[in-house]
Write a protein that binds this ligand. Structure first.
Ligand SMILES: Nc1ncnc2c1ncn2[C@@H]1O[C@H](COP(=O)(O)OP(=O)(O)OP(=O)(O)O)[C@@H](O)[C@H]1O
Length: 243
């Protein structure tokens, strides 16, 4: 095998997310406070993981580190084989392009329609306008919004807005989706619906999902549940489900 093929094969085989001995701190000097303590986590490609745990335990901090939205301070973290410790700004930007983000406040732009909000996520992709149009229509139909593409966010329900956010995260066919409390503002049925849609589309695209939630009603949708407590990942799945 040529060196290039070998390195490509290694890259393909790399786990979606690999974290070892990760620590994180906020503040400086006397105010410096450790938030994450020796976090170790390996997530395979295609896995659907739910992370749960008490408020303030460090879940969002860990998610933003994985999402290359914050610099790694101590320890090892790699995304699809790309190490993020000591990564340059350009390398962090490159990592972010492989990730779809879905947040509780769906961050849709109110002056753009559902279609245009999804379209924005394709701006940096090197694809033709026709292909972009097909992808946007396909993904909006997949989330059940075929007849709402030209609606503005203000004319959509909370669940529909969250489905636009899912479509926007998936349209660029990212290898990893990071979702922070995607069901928080939704009623039980809409919450399950949006996660089921995410799960189905991600399975079709072979994409890895890491979803942070307090919502015990969706825990059964995960392949694996991880539990964060006081900045540490603890093997606590049974307790989390029983709560
Ligand atoms: N930018 C920041 N500067 C200083 N401290 C922060 C910052 N962001 C978060 N923290 C603190 O870090 C700790 C972990 O916060 P984080 O948001 O990661 O927890 P969480 O588990 O996601 O909480 P929640 O479930 O309430 O969203 C908390 O004590 C929080 O107050």
């Amino acid at each position: 095998m040529s060196k290039l093929l070998e390195s490509n094969a290694l890259h393909t085989a790399a786990p979606a997310i690999s974290i070892s001995h990760l620590n994180h701190y906020y503040g400086q000097g006397a105010l410096k406070k450790q938030i994450l303590f020796d976090v170790n986590l390996h997530i395979d490609r295609g896995e659907i993981i739910i992370m749960t745990g008490p408020s303030g335990s460090g879940k969002t901090t860990l998610l933003t580190l994985m999402g290359s939205l914050r610099s790694v301070q101590e320890g090892h973290l790699s995304i699809l084989g790309q190490a993020l410790h000591h990564a340059t700004k350009a390398q962090m930007t490159l990592a972010r392009r492989k990730i779809g983000y879905i947040f509780q406040a769906h961050n849709l732009l109110n002056f753009l329609t559902a279609y245009q909000n999804v379209e924005m996520a394709l701006e940096l992709q090197e694809i033709t306008a026709a292909e972009a149009d097909t992808r946007i229509r396909t993904v909006l139909s997949a989330v059940g919004l075929a007849d709402r593409m030209d609606y503005y966010p203000s004319d959509l329900s909370g669940g529909q807005k969250q489905r636009v956010a899912i479509a926007r995260a998936l349209v660029s066919q990212p290898k990893i989706i990071l979702a922070d409390e995607p069901t928080a503002a939704l009623d039980k049925q809409s919450g399950r619906d949006v996660v089921e849609i995410m799960e189905k589309l991600a399975r079709e695209q072979g994409c890895t999902i890491l979803l942070v939630t307090h919502d015990n009603r969706i825990l059964d949708l995960a392949d694996r549940i991880i539990y964060m407590e006081d900045g540490r990942l603890v093997n606590h799945a049974a307790t989390a489900i029983a709560q």
